[in-house]
Structures are given as structure tokens and as C-alpha cells.
Write a protein that binds this ligand. Structure first.
Ligand SMILES: NC(=O)C1=CN([C@@H]2O[C@H](COP(=O)(O)OP(=O)(O)OC[C@H]3O[C@@H](n4cnc5c(N)ncnc54)[C@H](O)[C@@H]3O)[C@@H](O)[C@H]2O)C=CC1
Ligand SMILES: O=C(O)CCC(=O)C(=O)O
Length: 437
């Protein structure tokens, strides 16, 4: 089996094709991205050095509507990864029935080595590079790994400068002050929490007291942790690039969140070096000296904990043929995009581990992005309660349709159910529109 995320996405499609009502010719069309632009981004850094970055925007499919998908800043970004992520966006928007296609962007960089000025210059360069292919009616970027509402503000501003007037609708995930929607920051984590609750209802199990391990405590992982904690689950482990904090009794999620929000890392938290607690007496001691520290374990160990739910919420390809037999979680909710390889998936299906696939589990983000886009078009804003209720309705409906498909067609797993729906909807749009322009 391959480490290539694009090959993995194609293999997921092939696995579902057997059960999907999709014409062979149209299916072949669905395996190819419409286009990918590669851009060279020279930036003069604060340090005085001129650095040349590389970025991509892949537009995978637009049969159902404008391209939609986030922008990722990460050292391991590749063209193939961006294309896989754009494909997953296509299946995600189809599954949750948004009038969008799928796209994704990425820049090869290590954000933690860049100053805020460097990030702004890089973002403006990248936006200029992809400017001709994006737009409110054509392709609408949003945040993904290592990008946020500030990144979207710079993108929107750069695009607007060229247009000569403000165009808030060109990106989603913006700050509230310039046309963002309440609820977008937490939306992906909220969706993860909603589908986890729905899965437990479906399995007739009690979420209260259930143990949860979450790989990645960034935007998605931390918001999922907070909401699942509020729903009564026990978050026993979570991680970042430095490793994982583990406490079988349950972590103090709000303390951890305060530390990470203040810029802290997990290993510092475990060491008792809290960024959010001021040094009171100048002797370096940040508290009263007492600290019931969680255990520090590795990201690999986190994946194999004996928990009720495992939530990968970081990078793709972490559950593989090499470690899948060591996994002990009875359910997996995929908050990250593409965390499970097809080879691992086959083992999980064999072992009856319920996996809520990424294209359903992490769709909360793009659902609320859609709600932001609609508000921008209406030049009207909705309160948080309206946004959250609409998110819950839409992701709940997609969850129910996936379960219905799984049960009615006696499919091997929930991913196959979700993919058959997504492929059939996208294929049908292609058939109505015609394959050849
Ligand atoms: N932000 C969003 O709205 C959406 C994000 N996603 C997906 O969720 C995942 C996480 O995204 P965000 O939370 O936005 O990113 P983020 O940048 O806010 O957080 C990523 C987290 O993962 C950790 N991490 C990074 N590399 C790691 C590694 N190799 N091993 C373990 N941990 C690692 C980071 O330290 C951080 O805690 C990605 O797969 C992303 O594509 C999916 C849908 C929407
Ligand atoms: O909010 C969006 O438009 C897309 C978010 C995203 O990149 C994703 O769902 O993977």
C-alpha cells in the first residue's frame, strides 16, 4: 500500500465504486482534478533574507457549484497532497449537500519559523498568485492547518485591492469585523462533537464517562475536546507535535486550552510550565509548586490507547497497515482529513470498529463556511444560535443519510456508505451537465 494521499483517495473511491450507482465513464472523470496551479512566492523576510516558497491551488471538481476548500501552511505540503485534499473536499460538500465543488490550497513552509510580518507577506504573495482562479462565484478559500481568520483577512484584503472594492465573499473563516460568521472558529470541532454524540446514540452507548483520545489539539482538536468534555465524555489524552498528555482520569481540558491559547505546547504543560499562569514571584515557579502532572506519551502511543473513541485531528496517514492491529479504540471519528489508509480501513472493517469518515466527521467547518458565504451574499448577519442550529441540522441530516445507506444496502462500513452517496451525487451532476463542454 502507498503513503501517497492521492493514491489513498483513489483507492477509497474504488472501494466504494463497487456499491455505487455510477457510470464507468463518469467515474473515470471523477478521478482527475480539473486543474492545479503551482505558484512561486518570493518573500523578503523580516530577517532580510529573500526566501522563495512554493504554493498550490487545486480545483478538483465544480459540477455541483463553485470550488470550495481550505488553505494549508505546512512543511510537508505536496502537489499530490493538495490534490487529495481537494478530492476529499469534493466528496465532503456532496455528502453534506452544499452547492459547492471541492478545492484545496497549500504552501510549503514552516509557520513557526516565520514572523507575523513574514506570514502576511507570504499570504499576500500567495493570494496574488492564485487571484485569477479564485472569486466569490468561482473558488472560495478558507482556513485549514496553520491558517486562521487573520490569514483569511489578508487574503480577502489582497483580492479586494485588485478588485477595487471589498469582496468579503471571496473567502470564509474571516474575522467577524469583516464579514465572518459567529461559530466558524469552533464549527469543525462542533461538528465532530455532534457526530460523536450521534454515533453513540446509533450504537446505543452512553457518551457520558466514555474515554476519548484526540490526536492534535489545534483548532479542530481543541474545540472537539471542549465540546465533548461539556457533553460528559472523559478526554484522557491529547497531543501536538511535541507529544501527548495522558491522564486516564481525564485531562483538565479548559486548563490545557488556556495554556495552548497562550501559545504553549503540550510538553510544557505536562512539565507544569503553564503559559497562561503568570510567574508570580520571579523565581520561575508559575504556581503553588503542586502539580498533578499527566503522563507524557508519544503520538504513536496515543493512537493505541484503550479508549472508547479515538479522534485523529492532526495530519493524514496516521492509521496504517503498520499500527492498525495495535489500535484498541472501539470507534474512530476522523476529524483530520485522510487519517486512515485504505489498507488499515480494511482491517478496521474486519474488526467491526466503527469509523465515522472524515468527509462526514469534519464537515462542520465547510457547512458553517457556506453559512458565512450566504450571509455575505445577503449582506446580512445571523446570530450564533441560528448558525449552530443550522450546522446541527445539516450535519445531522448527512449522518442520518449515511446510516440509512449503510443499513439499507448492507454496506461494509460507514465510509463506503458516505462515498457511495457523495459519488452518486457528483456523478449525477456531471451527467445532467454533460461531460463535454
Ligand atoms: N480548520 C478547519 O476548519 C478544518 C480542518 N480539518 C482538518 O483537521 C486537521 C487539523 O486541522 P486544524 O485543527 O485546523 O489545524 P491546526 O494547525 O489548528 O492544528 C493542528 C494540530 O495538529 C498537531 N500536529 C501537527 N502535525 C502533527 C503530527 N505530525 N503529529 C501529531 N500532531 C501534529 C499540531 O501541533 C496541532 O496541535 C487537518 O487534517 C485539517 O485538514 C478538516 C476540516 C476543517
Ligand atoms: O471551510 C471550508 O471551506 C473548508 C474547510 C476545509 O478545508 C476542510 O473541510 O477540509
Amino acid at each position: 500500500m502507498t503513503d501517497d494521499p492521492f493514491e489513498n483517495m483513489l483507492a477509497q473511491m474504488d472501494r466504494a465504486k463497487e456499491y455505487a450507482d455510477v457510470d464507468d465513464g463518469v467515474f473515470e472523470r471523477l478521478k482527475h482534478p480539473e486543474r492545479t496551479l503551482k505558484v512561486t512566492l518570493p518573500v523578503e523576510l523580516d530577517s532580510g533574507e529573500v526566501k522563495v516558497f512554493e504554493g498550490y491551488r487545486c480545483q478538483f471538481d465544480s459540477a455541483r457549484g463553485p470550488f470550495k476548500g481550505g488553505v494549508r501552511y505546512h512543511p510537508s505540503v505536496t502537489q499530490r497532497e493538495v490534490e487529495a485534499l481537494a478530492g476529499w473536499m469534493t466528496w465532503k460538500t456532496a455528502l453534506v449537500d452544499l452547492p459547492y465543488g471541492g478545492a484545496k490550497g497549500g504552501v510549503i513552509c514552516e509557520p513557526k519559523d516565520l514572523t507575523q510580518n513574514d506570514l502576511e507577506s507570504l499570504t499576500r504573495r500567495y493570494t496574488e498568485g492564485i487571484r485569477r482562479m479564485i472569486g466569490p462565484e468561482t473558488d472560495v478559500p478558507a482556513p485549514d492547518m496553520n491558517t486562521n481568520s487573520q490569514t483569511m483577512a489578508w487574503m480577502m484584503d489582497t483580492y479586494s485591492m485588485y478588485e477595487g472594492h471589498s469582496v468579503p465573499q471571496v473567502v470564509t473563516g474571516k474575522p467577524l469585523e469583516i464579514g465572518g460568521t459567529p461559530g466558524r472558529v469552533e464549527a469543525t470541532g462542533r461538528g465532530v462533537s455532534i457526530v460523536t454524540e450521534r454515533l453513540f446514540e446509533y450504537l446505543d452507548r452512553d457518551l457520558s464517562g466514555a474515554s476519548v483520545a484526540i490526536q492534535g489539539f489545534g483548532n479542530v482538536g481543541s474545540n472537539a475536546a471542549k465540546l465533548l468534555d461539556e457533553a460528559g465524555a472523559r478526554i484522557v489524552a491529547t497531543s501536538d507535535v511535541t507529544g501527548a498528555a495522558y491522564d486516564p482520569e481525564g485531562l483538565d481540558v479548559s486548563a490545557l486550552d488556556a495554556h495552548v491559547t497562550a501559545g504553549g505546547l503540550i510538553d510544557e504543560y505536562v512539565a507544569g510550565d503553564r503559559r497562561d499562569v503568570p510567574i508570580a514571584d520571579g523565581d520561575g515557579d508559575r504556581g503553588d509548586g503542586w502539580w498533578d502532572a499527566p503522563e507524557m506519551i508519544s503520538n504513536e502511543e496515543l493512537l493505541t490507547l484503550d479508549v472508547d473513541v479515538l479522534i485523529p485531528a492532526a495530519v493524514e496517514g496516521v492509521i496504517t497497515a503498520d499500527n492498525v492491529r495495535e489500535l484498541r479504540a472501539s470507534a474512530i471519528v476522523e476529524a483530520a482529513n485522510g487519517p486512515t489508509t485504505v489498507a488499515a480501513d480494511e482491517v478496521l472493517t474486519e474488526r467491526d470498529v466503527q469509523v465515522v469518515p472524515d468527509i462526514l466527521a469534519n464537515a462542520g467547518g465547510v457547512i458553517v463556511s457556506y453559512l458565512e458565504w450566504v450571509q455575505n451574499a445577503q449582506e446580512f448577519s445571523w446570530p450564533l444560535e441560528t448558525v449552530n442550529a443550522e450546522l446541527e441540522r445539516r450535519i445531522g441530516r448527512a449522518f442520518d443519510q449515511t446510516i440509512e445507506q449503510y443499513d439499507a444496502k448492507d454496506l461494509p462500513d460507514l465510509r463506503t456508505a458516505a462515498y457511495t452517496l457523495a459519488l452518486e451525487r457528483t456523478a449525477s451532476a456531471h451527467e445532467y451537465r454533460g461531460l463535454f463542454p
